[in-house]
Design a protein around this ligand. Structure first.
Ligand SMILES: Nc1nc2c(ncn2[C@@H]2O[C@H](COP(=O)(O)OP(=O)(O)O)[C@@H](O)[C@H]2O)c(=O)[nH]1
Ligand SMILES: [Mg+2]
Length: 304
C-alpha cells in the first residue's frame, strides 16, 4: 500500500482515505504507526476535541447534530466520533444516530465515525485518540466526541476531550445531580437541554448551585432546546470562549499531556496483551493458580 499517497489524500480531506486510515489504525495494521507519524502536527495542535457526555436520552445526538449545523454555517469542518455503548449486535441507538446523521452524510466536511465500546479490538482511548487526530489532520477544526454516561464509562479513564459539556435534561440526570461536586471534575459546561419541558427551570436552578462564582454560573450553564436548535449558537460561542481561555491559561496543554499519558498506557496495555496472548498459546504453565501463572507468563516477556 502506498502510505504517502494515502496520507496526501487524507490531508486533502478525501473521505475514503480518512475512513481507510482510521480502520487501519483501529485494527492495528502494520501501516498504523507510519500513518499516525505522518499526520500534520499543526492541525492536531489547532483542533478542539469537544466531549459531549450525559445520560442516554438527554439529547446528546440531537445536540451534536445541531452543533454540526452551526459549525457548517460558519464553514467549519467537523468530525464526530460517536462512542456506542451498546453491543455491536444490538446497536439500536447507533442506528437512530445514523439516520439522524444522514442530513450531513453528503457533506464532505463532516466526518463521522462510530465506535463500539464492547466487542472491539484494542483500547477505546487509543482508538478514539488516534481517530480524532486523523480527523484533525484531514482538516477538521472541531472533533465532537459523543459518549454516554458519566461515572462508569470507559471515557472516564481516558479524558480525551479538551473541553467537556455535560448534557442533562429534566428527568435525565437526576442521579447526576446527587453528585454535584463531581460534576465540576468532568464538565466545563453544563447544558440543560429540553428547556421546553416541565422541570427544566428547576434543573437549571439546581445546576446553578454547583457554581459559587456568579460569572461561572452565567457562562458555564447553557439552556437549549436541541430539537428546535434553540440556544445552540450561544452554546457554540461559549465553547469557543472556553477553548480560547484554556489555550491561553495552559489548561488545554495540561489536559493534552494527561490524555497523552492515558493513551500511551492504553496502547502499551494493548501491545502487551497481544504478546501475552501469543505466549499463552505456546507456554506450558506450571502453576495451579491463575494469579501465579500470570506472573510466570509475564516473566516470559522479560528480556525480549
Ligand atoms: N422536547 C424535546 N425533546 C428533545 C430535545 N432534544 C432532544 N429531544 C428528543 O429526545 C430524544 C433523545 O434524544 P437523543 O439525541 O437521541 O439523546 P441521546 O441519547 O442523549 O443521544 C429524541 O427523541 C429527541 O428528539 C429537546 O430539546 N426537547
Ligand atoms: Mg445518542
Amino acid at each position: 500500500m502506498d502510505i504517502s499517497l494515502l496520507l496526501q489524500q487524507l490531508h486533502d480531506g478525501e473521505p475514503r482515505a480518512i475512513a481507510r486510515a482510521i480502520t487501519l489504525v483501529e485494527n492495528q495494521e502494520g501501516e498504523a504507526a507510519q500513518i499516525l507519524a505522518g499526520l500534520d502536527r499543526q492541525r492536531i495542535e489547532d483542533v478542539l476535541i469537544l466531549g459531549l457526555t450525559g445520560p442516554p436520552g438527554a439529547g446528546k445526538s440531537t445536540l451534536t447534530d445541531r452543533l454540526v449545523g452551526e459549525l457548517r454555517q460558519r464553514k467549519i469542518r467537523v468530525g464526530i466520533i460517536a462512542i456506542d455503548p451498546s453491543s455491536p449486535i444490538s446497536g439500536g441507538a447507533l442506528l437512530g444516530d445514523r439516520i439522524r446523521m444522514m442530513e450531513h452524510a453528503l457533506d464532505r466536511d463532516v466526518v463521522i465515525r462510530s465506535m463500539a465500546t464492547r466487542g472491539r479490538l484494542g483500547g477505546l482511548c487509543a482508538s478514539a485518540g488516534a481517530t480524532a487526530r486523523i480527523m484533525a489532520a484531514s482538516g477538521c477544526r472541531v472533533v465532537i466526541l459523543e459518549t454516554v454516561g458519566i461515572g462508569q464509562s470507559e471515557m472516564d479513564i481516558c479524558r480525551l476531550a479538551d473541553l467537556t459539556a455535560l448534557v442533562l435534561a429534566p428527568g435525565f440526570g437526576d442521579d447526576i445531580q446527587a453528585m454535584k461536586a463531581g460534576i465540576l471534575e468532568v464538565a466545563d459546561l453544563l447544558v440543560v437541554n429540553k428547556a421546553d419541558q416541565l422541570g427544566a427551570k428547576k434543573l437549571q436552578l439546581d445546576m446553578g448551585t454547583v457554581f459559587s462564582d456568579p460569572q461561572d454560573k452565567e457562562q458555564r450553564i447553557c439552556t437549549t432546546v436541541a430539537s428546535e436548535g434553540t440556544g445552540v449558537a450561544t452554546l457554540l460561542e461559549r465553547i469557543f470562549l472556553f477553548e480560547e481561555l484554556y489555550r491561553q491559561d495552559g489548561r488545554l496543554q495540561e489536559r493534552r499531556n494527561r490524555s497523552f499519558a492515558s493513551e500511551t498506557l492504553d496502547w502499551a496495555m494493548e501491545l502487551v496483551r497481544v504478546r501475552l496472548q501469543a505466549k499463552l498459546a505456546t507456554t506450558p504453565l506450571q502453576s495451579i493458580e491463575p494469579q501465579q501463572a500470570a506472573r510466570q507468563l509475564l516473566q516470559t516477556l522479560d528480556g525480549e
